[in-house]
Design a protein around this ligand. Sequence first.
Ligand SMILES: Nc1nc2c(c(=O)[nH]1)N[C@H]1C(S)=C(S)[C@@H](COP(=O)(O)OP(=O)(O)OC[C@H]3O[C@@H](n4cnc5c(=O)[nH]c(N)nc54)[C@H](O)[C@@H]3O)O[C@H]1N2
Ligand SMILES: Nc1nc2c(c(=O)[nH]1)N[C@H]1C(S)=C(S)[C@@H](COP(=O)(O)OP(=O)(O)OC[C@H]3O[C@@H](n4cnc5c(=O)[nH]c(N)nc54)[C@H](O)[C@@H]3O)O[C@H]1N2
Ligand SMILES: [Mo]
Length: 773
Amino acid sequence: MTSEANVTRRRHMAQWGAFEAVVENGRFVAAEPFADDPEPSDILQAMPESVYHRSRIDRPHVRQGFLERGPDSRAGRGADPYVPVSWDRALDLVADELARVKAAHGNEAIFAGSYGWASAGQLHHSKTVLQRFMGFHGGYVGQMGSYSVAAALAIVPHVTGDAAATAGPITSWESIIAECGLVVAFGGLPMRNDQVGTRGVGEHRLGGYLARAHAAGCRFVNVSPVRADMSETVEPEWLAIRPNTDTALMLGLAHTLASEGLADRDFLASHCHGYDRFEAYLLGRNDGQPKDAAWAAALTGLEAPAIRDLARRMAATRTMVTASWSLQRGDHGEQPFWMLITLAAMLGQIGLPGGGFGLGYGSIAGMGGVRRPVGLPTLPRPENQVRNSIPVARIADMLLDPGGAYDFNGAARRYPDIRLVYWCGGNPFHHHQDLNRLVEAWRRPETIVVHEPWWTATARHADIVLPATTSLERNDVGGGQRDRYLFAMQQAIEPVGEARNDFDIFAGLAERLGFAEAYDEGRDEMGWIEHLYEVTRQQAAGAGVSWPDFETFWRTGHTESPEAETPHVLFAAFRADPEAHPLRTPSGKLEIHSPTIESFGYDDCPGMPTWLTPTEWLGAAAAARHPLHMLSSQPGGRLHSQLDQCAVSRAGKVADREPIVLNRADAAARGIAEGDVVRVFNDRGQVLAGAVLSDGIRAGVVQLSTGAWYDPETPGEIGSLDKHGNANVLTLDKGTSRLAQGPSAHSALVEVERITGEPPAVTAFDPPPAAAE
Ligand SMILES: Nc1nc2c(c(=O)[nH]1)N[C@H]1C(S)=C(S)[C@@H](COP(=O)(O)OP(=O)(O)OC[C@H]3O[C@@H](n4cnc5c(=O)[nH]c(N)nc54)[C@H](O)[C@@H]3O)O[C@H]1N2
Ligand SMILES: Nc1nc2c(c(=O)[nH]1)N[C@H]1C(S)=C(S)[C@@H](COP(=O)(O)OP(=O)(O)OC[C@H]3O[C@@H](n4cnc5c(=O)[nH]c(N)nc54)[C@H](O)[C@@H]3O)O[C@H]1N2
Ligand SMILES: [Mo]
């Protein structure tokens, strides 16, 4: 006899969408998309599997070598088995290490930048909780900027006065739909990337926006090595550009505008600083090389007439010029964004409805969408007493070169000497470039502590591993950074295994270190959630929006804010009256030439947008040995490395490996057939991947998405073959320039060959070997 299943539903949200968690007899069995989400993501379907997957960490673990020999065992990271221990023992160990390192070396020896996306939910936001805790411990070395837009966050404020053009709010899709005739999208507008939003998503709308713009007569141009970067519903024109040459194409377009009398000289005079100096470079007055369409064609692999024709069409209609964030995640990534703003300035439509430019349409959910009137509720962090944060992507440089000098955005700085690394809510063995170099750098610190729900590569390279809950196992309040909803995130299930909330783990450490009261302020989980909601509700009231009391909010499960009556237009006020509404740049205008940047004297980021050849691209000498340019784009079936172990992501694998997309001609030249396991390699590393052949990718370019769990054949060994296809084994670990020091992930040359014989099995999703003491 079977009894009726006991079914409950809990409102919840993730960074790929809001949902109702269906719980049967205490077990999370399904995620049903939020009814108001018009285009829910399939990634939601991975959640129940992920929560109970064998890759969950069931209890605290300590690396065997660390237990036996402490920091002297550092070379065993990645290779040693793990010993399960009790929570008390694990927390005592961590507290002792934190106290020891602080006493012996000071807080500047503790690294808690902890970059990473963690999970949705504002109280339990891993990095914030960690940094709140570390603030009370006396401070830590942090990280500045993000892997997403590091180069943009440095360059865009110099040019436009702030970061809005790249972080948002940018000109809304409603304005584009109403007024725009032509969207020229560098890097496309991939639907794939709209599935995910920072801190969460209430509604996905890109598909609807694109369909409406197309129906309204707007034309779309996809400037990308990959055809699928734009939805077929908009019947796009495809310009299959050579990677990392967008700056050259934009210069070629600009040259046509300047030389054919199509540049808006009035706008350049009234709203821009330094166009004349730029024009001298553009026309080749100083170096004898006009940056004309023929010059651009040779660099970009496009046809000169097509470049001239596009420039004329852009000048003839209301045009929106966009770039996906990927363009600035390459060597000299500052330049394409600076040049794009310059190109839009020459068209003279900045600040007009549906025209001008925007950076990040199609990069992430909510760009150009509807927003909440106020920011997200946030757990407060004490001021960090350590002032020596590093640019986000310089982690390996820092560990390999303590005390080393580097430049950053006009400042001369030095790397700290890190003894203890604490990571909570991020996966550097996913996100960082040149993983073999990271394996080496990771041997330097004395102690590495990681909180993780799953046995990721980062957890497998830690000394002390503390199992964290997933968001389903706790209560929270959350919303997307670019979304109009705020959600109650109701606990659906009991913690899996011995997992604890990050917040509670730090409470246990704060207790041991003597600052428990300061850390939790006497509030429990629901006390904090109600407090954070109330603070935000009052801010909303100040902005004229009335939200329900906490009890009503928690019961209904969300608040929502209405769509504005007039669509947002970036720089509208500045355009209307640049004297009354100057930009926050030194000149108050758009800086096509920046005296500030010029004063830094950086050869890799001069005072105006410039074509600088990347270290690795198809025109480089290195292309003789490694003739394929690898794009490591965002994955379709997961968020970064998250959920790679689940069926939604695994469905895309080829022979269990991450798929690599090759042009048919490149595959034929190498005797590679669809479905073959191939070795992808360069001087930095080697991975196995599964071949997918396509006509939708430019010849000479391959695409291997990020996020396949790093799976070295010989764990801990530098240069070991990654069996699974992690793109970052192959990428270049170099700052974009001395200005931003951003990641250059999209500048990597590789070679691909078919392997013969049976490939080794993928073991990334199995827990590491266990040991007894
Ligand atoms: N080659 C290449 N590399 C790239 C990029 C690229 O384009 N090319 N893109 C870069 C970009 S834009 C980004 S944003 C980064 C992303 O890099 P990350 O943000 O580091 O990637 P995630 O896989 O999201 O890692 C988040 C980790 O947090 C863990 N986690 C989730 N919830 C919790 C929790 O509640 N508590 C704790 N303690 N942990 C939790 C997850 O299991 C996961 O391991 O990657 C960058 N790397
Ligand atoms: N499904 C899913 N969506 C995501 C994420 C995810 O992990 N999964 N991650 C999210 C995060 S954290 C971020 S920061 C954003 C990132 O958003 P983006 O940076 O926009 O994403 P990418 O996929 O790296 O790149 C977009 C496209 O740019 C093209 N491209 C690459 N290099 C070049 C180039 O040199 N020139 C031109 N013209 N095109 C180029 C590639 O073909 C690629 O498909 O994505 C977000 N969205
Ligand atoms: Mo990102």
